[in-house]
Write a protein that binds this ligand. Structure first.
Ligand code: ADP
Ligand code: MG
Length: 691
């Protein structure tokens, strides 16, 4: 039995001290096998290899100390704590416990010597450690010191460091008994991999003999490279499987296409025409299209989607278009209905808020195939939705959805039937490094040209102390006949609080600017309320729209050329860029004011400056990635990018360069290594792989 498979199969339950509850907690950490446990790496290390004399202990220092117990007592009147004072001849130290049990006091009073580990800090009565780890030393000899650094693991509620350490120690012992690593690469793939074996890397990260950063980092990168390789191979395998399936042939007839184009209020840009050609050739190739369409906010992706839907409908197949918000789904519904109705194509809207009778009617129209295009939110991939003949899936603003959601929709096709085509659209540019990896299953089209007549948006970064001045400026702006957005950003991810903040802002703006029509738009309003507010704003019947980030995507009001974003420091640059894309859509000047809460950190300022200096979504995305790291950049959950255990796309971006080539070489020369490699890194975690 190979090591990888063997380790993958050793159940956690066979470890000592791993009861049902512990296993549940390990699962929460993404640990399902012994091998997973070995890949659960420490976040840092503590030095318990030597004792620090109390007299030389410094505030802020984490240290292992030992001393005689001089006193143990409960002190304080308002906030009682258990204090235990120890000394070792060089000095003394107070151990302080705010939470304690009566037995603890008794036990400490009866203890002669104690050894503890914690961070020393300056208390009211000299140095103290709050809630240190400790053990009483009542025997004659002191127990031995740790031979190496003590790892500190990421953990979860109810799973103590010490338990986790013991479990990992057992896993290391068991793993040490298996023969060599079967995923030993017989080829020279990368110096990073060649630097050491898997086992050596794992072992030295859990049991470092040398804590020098460069040595640990070499081991970590060795594992990271393997992980990236495995991930790439898994997406590649997934892609291959899809490519083997057949897909409906979707073709527009030229008469319809011309009448459709003639009905548009604008001429397509060259970039739009190019991308439409790319899609059209995919759609009639007989294999499922899997295409990612990237184009900055306002680049005109919607009309491209409409071309694809037109091809499907003309060929007798249905299209499902999924949008991330109700607001956007509704806006799309209006746009597509207007564009496609003249061609005799029926569009239906399916959102969560549909009343039950209307919902039933829509569902039966979809099931009967009467609706050729169905637009909706998440509601689209609920189980009750059945399509008559689903041939094309379009996903708008892909960054809001996960891979799982994308694939769940595809499952709406009959299992043995042909597979629907997929078009995934995003305005959030995926930095090249991420694109290599996270979207390896998709072909990519880029719209690199904005429609004519757009005004560049002038962005300024202003502290909230100048709020009054900004409010005056809005007054003048509106006196000039224009409209404005005021965006309230996320407050601690609570929608309720966010809505409240927007309500307060709307009230204070209305008070400061009497006579102006201030309206409110937030996530807690019903679809029809939101719709009404939007329609009114679009028609110029209100002046200022105070909104939460629900307006982020797709909203289109050319006369609104001024946007104030409050607390922009709370949002990712990509999201800010999207928000800003709402302005500059019509004639006349356009401004975006980032009204930050001061004081702002240096990095915070630097981030906002990027936005001020660039209007290129790709540049912004790359810089954001450098400053924040990809986890925050797109939000792992939102991108559908798999979460990596060890690889860090910002730190390891340089590794990615050779990953695709090496994945190919491995497939070609040593296909037998692929399964164990995927087993180790991706298989149970990503159920969509090979789905
Ligand atoms: P996004 O790529 O952000 O989804 P949209 O498809 O919503 O962009 O297009 C933004 C605006 O630009 C819409 O009002 C749309 O009608 C308009 N538009 C799209 N293509 C063109 C074009 N070729 N010429 C002029 N306006 C266009
Ligand atoms: Mg759009």
């Amino acid at each position: 039995m190979t090591k990888s498979r063997a380790l993958g199969q050793v159940s956690l339950g066979s470890l000592q001290g791993a009861g049902e509850k512990t296993i549940a907690r390990l699962n929460k950490l993404g640990i399902f096998s012994l091998q997973d446990l070995l890949l659960h790496l420490p976040i840092r290390y503590e030095d318990r290899t030597r004792l620090t004399p109390l007299g030389s202990l410094q505030p802020g220092q984490s240290a292992l100390v030992e001393g005689e117990v001089e006193l143990a007592d409960v002190a304080g009147t308002t906030r009682r704590s258990l204090i235990c004072r120890i000394s070792d001849g060089t000095g003394f130290l107070n151990l302080r416990f705010f939470h304690f049990r009566p037995e603890q006091l008794r036990a400490l009073s009866g203890t002669r010597r104690i050894r503890c580990f914690g961070e020393a800090r300056l208390g009211a009565h000299g140095l103290e450690m709050v809630h240190p780890e400790y053990e009483g030393l009542n025997g004659t000899a002191s127990p031995p010191l740790e031979p190496g650094l003590t790892p500190v693991y990421p953990t979860t509620d109810g799973l103590r460091q010490q338990s986790l350490r013991r479990l990992v120690a057992q896993a290391l012992r068991i793993a040490g008994q298996f023969p060599d690593d079967p995923v030993e690469f017989p080829l020279k793939l990368s110096p990073v991999l060649d630097a050491m074996s898997w086992w050596h890397a794992v072992h030295s990260l859990h049991r470092p003999v040398d804590s020098r950063h460069d040595i640990l980092e070499r081991a970590r990168r060795r594992l990271a490279y393997e992980e990236l390789l495995a991930h790439h191979l898994s997406l590649g395998r997934f892609r291959q499987e899809i490519r083997r399936r057949s897909a409906p042939l979707l073709r527009t007839n030229s008469v319809l296409k011309e009448s459709f184009s003639a009905g548009l209020p604008f001429a397509l840009t060259a970039a739009q025409r190019r991308v439409i050609r790319e899609i059209e050739s995919d759609l009639c190739a007989g294999r499922p299209m899997m295409r990612l369409l990237q184009g900055d906010v306002g680049s005109g992706k919607t009309v491209i989607a409409a071309h694809a839907a037109l091809a499907a409908a003309t060929s007798g197949w249905q299209t499902a278009l999924m949008a991330p918000t109700e607001l956007l789904a509704e806006q799309h519904f209006r746009t597509f209905s207007a564009w496609l109705k003249p061609a005799g194509i029926t569009t239906a809207l399916l959102t969560g808020k549909l009343k039950s009778q209307a919902r039933r009617d829509t569902l039966s129209a979809v099931a009967a195939g009467d609706a050729a295009l169905v637009i909706g939110t998440h509601a689209l991939f609920q189980q009750t939705v059945e399509f008559h003949r689903l041939g094309l899936i379009i996903i708008d603003e892909q960054h809001r959805f996960g891979v799982h959601q994308r694939l769940a929709l595809r499952d709406k096709a009959h299992p043995d039937a042909v597979l629907p085509h997929q078009l995934v659209m995003t305005a959030t540019p995926i930095p090249r490094t991420l694109a290599i990896l996270g979207y390896a299953d998709l072909d990519c089209s880029i719209i690199d040209e904005l429609p004519p007549g757009r005004t560049p948006v002038v962005t300024s970064v202003i502290p909230s102390t100048r709020r009054a001045e900004i409010i005056d400026r809005i007054g003048n702006w509106i006196a000039g006949g224009r409209q404005a957005y005021w965006v309230c950003t996320l407050i601690e991810e609570s929608e309720a609080l966010q809505c409240e903040a927007a309500e307060n802002t709307a009230a204070s703006l209305a008070e400061a600017l009497p006579g102006l029509r201030v309206r409110l738009l937030h996530g807690r309003m019903s679809a029809s309320e939101k719709d009404l507010v939007m329609q009114e704003f679009k028609a110029g019947e209100s002046d200022i729209l105070v909104a939460t980030t629900v307006i982020e995507v797709g909203v289109d009001v050319p006369n609104a050329g001024l946007m104030i974003i409050e607390n922009p420091e709370r949002l990712g640059l990509a999201q800010l860029h999207q928000l800003r894309g709402r302005v500059g859509r019509g004639p006349g000047e356009a401004y975006c004011i980032l009204l930050y809460q001061s004081p702002l950190s240096a990095t915070g300022k630097e981030r906002l400056k990027i936005l001020k200096e660039s209007s290129d979504g790709f540049v912004i995305a790359e810089k954001d990635l450098q400053l924040r790291g990809p986890g925050e950049f797109l939000g792992v959950r939102q991108t559908g990018l798999a979460r990596f255990r060890i690889a860090d796309l910002a730190r390891d971006a340089d590794l990615l360069e050779t990953v695709p080539r090496n994945a190919e070489r491995l497939l070609e020369c040593h296909p037998e290594l692929v399964a164990p490699l995927l087993g180790r890194w991706v298989d149970h975690g990503l159920h969509y792989v090979g789905a």
